[in-house]
Design a protein around this ligand. Structure first.
Ligand code: SF4
Length: 210
């Protein structure tokens, strides 16, 4: 990257893109709704169960300007835009949000919340990761908290989250995909006795769509 590109990146005018596509949100509160996905490269968390490991290395990125991203979104006719990763908050997202909001797009963020926020968001899904937990002040941004459950012990940690989020925050439990057969029944039993939580399924994976 040359000095000019570094400057454009630090200003949030170009971003490292792993992929973009128009599909349906597969999980959580907005499941089933159409959205244009911007998957950014770079991740400071590096979960063992990550299904987007191709995003970890920024050398894999295609660098696109925020105007190029807007053109793709407008061509797709999408009204909702999901910004995901990787860990999107590694990057300055203020200009992207300003540009897309000026075109009336609804912006949904998916983040581990382990870094300070940038950008303004219409919907924030925080998915805490044990390897790099959310900054305590970031829980207040969560419209939705989604916990990936890998072991029965993970369920024991859930009460600690309830004190951190707002009363209105939607709480979801989702089985780690490769362990879904053992873990999903445990989640169902937990929700039956702790009804503040809701089951989240990765419907795109069940359906075999992007
Ligand atoms: S935070 Fe997301 S992208 Fe990063 S390692 Fe974990 S699952 Fe993968």
């Amino acid at each position: 990257m040359c000095i000019q590109e570094r400057k454009e990146y630090s200003l949030g005018r170009i971003l490292p893109i792993a992929e973009t596509f128009y599909s349906l949100q597969g999980e959580g509160y907005n499941v089933g709704k159409p959205a244009f996905f911007i998957r950014l490269c770079g991740c400071n968390v590096k979960c063992s169960f990550c299904d987007s490991k191709n995003t970890w290395d920024m050398n894999n990125a295609q660098w696109l300007s925020i105007e190029d991203l807007l053109s793709q979104i407008e061509e797709s006719k999408a009204e909702n835009v999901v910004v995901t990763g990787g860990e999107p908050l590694l990057h300055n997202l203020n200009p992207l949000c300003e540009l897309l909001h000026s075109k009336e797009k609804k912006l949904w963020l998916e983040t581990s919340a382990s870094l300070p926020f940038s950008g303004k968001w219409d919907w924030v899904c925080i998915s805490p990761k044990a390897a790099c937990m959310p900054l305590e002040t970031n829980y207040a941004y969560a419209h939705e908290l989604k916990i990936v459950i890998s072991t029965a012990e993970d369920l024991l940690q859930l009460p600690t989250y309830i004190d951190k989020v707002n009363k209105e925050t939607h709480l979801y439990l989702q089985a780690e995909w490769d362990k879904r057969k053992e873990i999903t029944p445990l989640i169902i039993e937990h929700i039956k006795t702790n009804p503040r939580w809701t089951l989240s399924l990765q419907t795109h994976k069940w359906l075999g769509i992007e």
